[in-house]
Design a protein around this ligand. Structure first.
Ligand code: NAD
Ligand code: LMR
Length: 356
C-alpha cells in the first residue's frame, strides 16, 4: 500500500535525476534527452568541469517542466547534487583513445567511481544507479563494493549500462536481415570485446540456418568491437557519445517507466551483481546453474553478468534466465570465453575497493 502511494505521488510530481559527469561528451546529450522527459521533475547536473553551469543554462531554456540545477565540488558538491534523487546516471570518467583498451581506463576511472559511489551511499542511498563509466565490467563492482561497505547495497538497483551493445546488435543484424522485428536481440555477458555475447539466435530463430556463418560471425565481431570503430572514426577525439546517450536514455526510460508503473514493456539487458540467490533476485540461482552447465564448471562462482531483466517499481524483479536454455553452439562457445575474461575484470574492481 505504502509503495503504491509512493509511486502515485511520483507519477504526479515526477522524479529527481542526477547526471554525474554532465558536462562531458555523453553527459551533455544524455542530459538533453532527460530534460525532454515529462516525468523528470528536476535534472541535477554535476561535474568537476567549469563548463557545467553553461550546460545547465543552455538546457534550462528548453520548454519542458524539468527544473535544471548544477553543482560542482566547489558549489554544493555531491551532497547538493544527490540529495533526494530517485535516479543517478554516471558517465563520469575518461574515454578511450585509439590503441587503448577499456581496461586501460581502469586506474583513473575506478578512483572517480569509488568517490562518486561514496557520495551516493551518503546522500542518495535509495536511488537507482546506472553506471556508464568504463570499464563497466570493473566499475560496477567498484560501485557495489563501496555501497556494501556503507551497508546500502541493493542488487536490484545497481546497473551497468550495456544497452549500446543491444542497440548495435539490432542495427547491424538489420543490415543483413532488414525484415526482422526490431528490439528483440538479447546481448548478455559483459561490456568489452569477447565478454559481449549477442544472442542472434533469439531473433533469427530457424532463419539462422539460412544466414551464412561468415555473416553471423561478422555481426558478432562488429557488436563486440563496435566501440573501436567509433574511436578510430573520431581520430583521438573520444569514443561513442551520441549513440551512447541514446542507449542510456533508452535503458533509463525502461527502468523509469517500470518504477512509475507506466509500462508493460519492462525488459532490458543490463550488467548486474549475481552473487545473491533467489531471495534477493528472482532467477539468479537458475542463471548461475545454467552458466555452470554451459561452461562445464560446477564450481564457478558467477558474481556479475549482463542478462535480460524484468523491471518493476523496486528495480529488477526477475532475471530472465530462460534465454540461456536455447543457445546454439556458437553462443555457448562465446559464453565460455566471456566467463574467463569477466571473472578477472570483476575481481579487479572488487580488489581495488578492498585494497588488495
Ligand atoms: P568525457 O571526457 O567527454 O566526459 C567525462 C566527464 O566526466 C567530463 O566532463 C569530466 O569533467 C567528468 N568527470 C571527471 N571526473 C569526474 C568526477 N570525479 N566527478 C564528476 N565528473 C567527473 O567522456 P565521455 O565520452 O562522456 O565518456 C565518459 C565515460 O563513459 C568513459 O569512461 C567512457 O569510456 C564511457 N562510455 C561507456 C559506454 C558504455 O557503453 N557503457 C559507452 C561510451 C562511453
Ligand atoms: C563503446 O562501446 O562504444 C564504449 O564502451 C566506449 C568504448 O570505449 O568503446
Amino acid at each position: 500500500m505504502t509503495r503504491n502511494i509512493a509511486i502515485d505521488s511520483k507519477k504526479n510530481t515526477g522524479v529527481r535525476v542526477c547526471v554525474l559527469g554532465a558536462a562531458g561528451g555523453i553527459g551533455q546529450p544524455l542530459s538533453l534527452t532527460l530534460k525532454m522527459n515529462p516525468h523528470v521533475r528536476e535534472l541535477s547536473l554535476y561535474d568537476v568541469s567549469p563548463h557545467v553551469p553553461g550546460v545547465a543554462a543552455d538546457l534550462s531554456h528548453i520548454d519542458t517542466p524539468a527544473k535544471v540545477t548544477w553543482h560542482t565540488p566547489e558549489t554544493g558538491g555531491l551532497k547538493a547534487a544527490l540529495e533526494g534523487c530517485d535516479f543517478v546516471l554516471i558517465p563520469a570518467g575518461i574515454p578511450r583513445k585509439p590503441g587503448m583498451s577499456r581496461d586501460d581506463l581502469f586506474k583513473i576511472n575506478a578512483g572517480i567511481c569509488a568517490e562518486l559511489a561514496a557520495g551516493i551511499a551518503q546522500y542518495s542511498a535509495s536511488a537507482t544507479v546506472l553506471v556508464i563509466s568504463n570499464p563497466v565490467n570493473s566499475t560496477v563492482p567498484v560501485f557495489a563494493e563501496v555501497l556494501k561497505k556503507h551497508g546500502v547495497f541493493n542488487p536490484r538497483k545497481l546497473f551497468g549500462v550495456t544497452t549500446l551493445d543491444s542497440v548495435r546488435a539490432d542495427t547491424f543484424i538489420h543490415e543483413i536481415k532488414p525484415d526482422l522485428p526490431w528490439g528483440l536481440i538479447k546481448v548478455i555477458g559483459g561490456h568489452s570485446g569477447d565478454t559481449i555475447v549477442p544472442l542472434l539466435s533469439t531473433v533469427l530463430g530457424k532463419e539462422i540456418d539460412r544466414v551464412p556463418n561468415e555473416k553471423l560471425h561478422a555481426v558478432n565481431h562488429r557488436v563486440q568491437y563496435g566501440g573501436d570503430e567509433i574511436i578510430q572514426a573520431k581520430k583521438g577525439a573520444g569514443s561513442s557519445t551520441l549513440s551512447m546517450a541514446y542507449a542510456a536514455y533508452k535503458f533509463f526510460t525502461t527502468v523509469l517507466n517500470s518504477y512509475l508503473g507506466l509500462t508493460d514493456k519492462n525488459v532490458a539487458c543490463t550488467f548486474i551483481n549475481t552473487e545473491y540467490d533467489d531471495d534477493a533476485l528472482d532467477g539468479v540461482s537458475e542463471l548461475k546453474d545454467l552458466v555452470k552447465k554451459l561452461t562445464n564448471r560446477p564450481d564457478m562462482k558467477l558474481k556479475y553478468f549482463a542478462m535480460p531483466c524484468v523491471f518493476g517499481p523496486n528495480g529488477i524483479e526477475r532475471v530472465e534466465y530462460e534465454c540461456l536454455e536455447t543457445l546454439d553452439k556458437t553462443e555457448v562457445d562465446m559464453v565460455n570465453i566471456c566467463c574467463e575474461t569477466l571473472a578477472s575484470n570483476y575481481s579487479k574492481g572488487v580488489d581495488f575497493v578492498n585494497g588488495k
